[in-house]
Write a protein that binds this ligand. Structure first.
Ligand code: ARE
Ligand code: CA
Length: 464
């Protein structure tokens, strides 16, 4: 029966936060390629200030590819190895600003800089000095002018309307493209006029993937994600803001079918996520700290039909600012995810969450490969359980509450026994039966008995 299921390569990304290039290369070969991730989003690859906090990566000193995560050679080698494993690299491009340190200093790779002086790249005239608020900082997000020409938390704000600044940024991005990256996450895109971003990315080769970070800020903010969809995709923050609280409260209101999503960008422009490196330290309702609920949230996202999902994988923290474990020089230590099969009950600070290696994630990527071309049907609720069908090709069900629940989901999948992709993973069917749980479809109904805080997923490729 497995052979009968057509597979497509699903467009699913993974953000490997603050992971060194050599480890990302290993992950591409060991896990990302085999599981069917099509792209990996890296942390910023250029030289930044020399500090231990993770957010040092978001204060560029220059555009040499020499960072806490590796050298230019390491980066180039990673792109080659990921490419060979079928995984595109999307680099995080910090182009709205340079550093936010008031004192002069030396970057991670030894380059001297001062606030508004970056030798060989930019001088004081290349920056906005908005003069609208104290210290030139953004204080009022309802002012487009402030958001785009004042400073985001003291970060020296590049005048992205200037030809010199644009050319300098394009040269940097072209350099990354010459090493084989497929595209860019545009950091803080909201803080650059969409016309400026468009002018910059318009100079890049056709087909370069652009995903802009424009945090949807509500109706009072003038700068909206829709302005940035003319030249690429955007991260759609409404999606996790809708999904996360439903999972957290174990109260599912059928969301989010295509036509019911008026507040979201069109599906083909949306990159969706459960959390990212900012929201896991802030607004996200569900993160790795919620273990099984995090699996549930990721399962629902990966089974859903809206946007391109990106899974997040970082490291455990109690201090919001704490960087990934590093050596005495500040270089982040390589990390392996061998043996990680699911969320741990508890983590030590700095321990990698290894979400890309979880059995349930691999299983849901297989689900998506088999079922994501099919229509997503209306959800079914049963107390704190919820599920839905991808018509005729797969069914997902979750129980986010504290009681055992039986849930029945009508389906047009063929009657028979199916192996669960959540507990069985990518190759859920084995000679003797199922690697994980077995579920049955009979009389047009898929039946699941779900323990508290568990999920289940069956698809045409997992029929016994
Ligand atoms: C750090 C210190 C600051 C210090 C600064 C300069 O924390 O105290 O002033 O350095 O020395 C990251 C960290 C920041 C860090 C910064 C630079 O999160 O703490 O500052 O790096 O090292 C807005 C933006 C959005 C941005 C978020 C964080 O619109 O683009 O703020 N997200 C990206 C990255 C971040 C990164 C940066 C941008 C900067 O993902 O990781 O910051 O490169 C509403 C609005 C949003 C707004 C949000 C928070 O929701 O709608 O637009 O997001 O509030 O203010
Ligand atoms: Ca700006």
């Amino acid at each position: 029966p497995q052979a009968a299921a057509q597979r497509a390569t699903p467009d699913v990304g993974i953000q490997l936060f603050q992971l060194p290039w050599s480890s990302i290369a290993d992950e591409c070969e060991a896990t990302l390629g085999p599981s069917g991730f099509s792209w990996v989003q890296t942390s910023p690859p250029n030289e930044s200030i020399a500090r231990d906090e993770w957010w040092a990566s978001y204060q560029p000193v220059g555009y040499d590819l020499d960072s806490r995560l590796g050298t230019r050679d390491d980066f180039a080698d990673m792109v080659m190895r990921c490419d060979a494993a079928g995984v595109d690299v999307i680099a995080d491009a910090v182009i709205n600003h340079m550093t936010g340190q008031d004192a002069a200093g030396t970057g991670f790779a030894g380059t001297p800089y001062a606030h508004y002086e970056y030798p060989g790249l930019y001088g004081a005239d290349d920056f906005h000095h908005c003069g609208l608020a104290q210290g030139d900082d953004i204080v009022d997000y309802t002012s487009r002018e402030q958001v785009q020409t004042c400073e985001l938390v003291n970060l020296a704000d590049l005048d992205t309307s200037s030809p010199h600044v644009r050319e300098t940024i394009v040269t940097y991005l072209d350099d990354l493209l010459s090493l084989g990256v497929a595209g860019f996450r545009i950091d803080a895109a909201k803080h650059m006029a969409a016309d400026d971003v468009q002018a910059i990315v318009g100079e890049l080769p056709e087909g370069t993937r652009i995903v802009s970070e424009v945090i949807r800020g509500g109706a009072r903010e003038p700068v909206q994600p829709e302005e940035y969809t003319g030249f690429g995709e955007v991260f759609e923050f409404s999606y996790p803001r809708d999904l996360g609280p439903q999972v957290q409260s174990a109260a599912f209101a059928d969301p989010v079918l295509e036509g019911d999503r008026p507040l979201l960008v069109p599906a083909d422009k949306a990159v969706v996520f459960v959390d990212n490196h900012d929201t896991e330290r802030g607004e996200a309702a569900v993160t790795y700290k919620d273990g099984p609920l995090y699996v549930i949230a990721n399962a629902l996202m990966l089974a859903d039909d809206y946007g391109t999902p990106v899974v997040f994988s970082g490291y455990a923290f109690t201090d919001r600012d704490a960087g990934a474990p590093a050596d005495a020089e500040g270089a982040v230590l390589p990390a392996s995810c061998e043996g990680a099969t699911g969320p741990a009950d508890s983590y030590l600070d700095g321990e990698r969450t290894c979400v890309q290696s979880w059995t349930a994630i691999a299983g849901m990527l297989e689900f998506r490969a088999v079922a994501s071309d099919a229509a997503r049907l209306r959800g079914v609720e049963a107390g704190s359980a919820y599920g839905f069908e991808r018509e005729g090709r797969g069914v997902v069900a979750v129980n986010a509450g504290d009681d055992d629940i039986a849930i029945e989901i009508p389906t047009s999948m063929p009657a028979g026994d199916y192996c669960d992709a959540i507990t069985g993973g990518r190759d859920a069917v084995i000679d003797s039966g199922c690697r994980g749980t077995t579920y049955t479809v009979a009389d047009g109904v898929a039946r699941f008995s779900l323990a508290p805080l568990t999920a289940a997923a069956i698809h045409l490729g997992s029929q016994r």
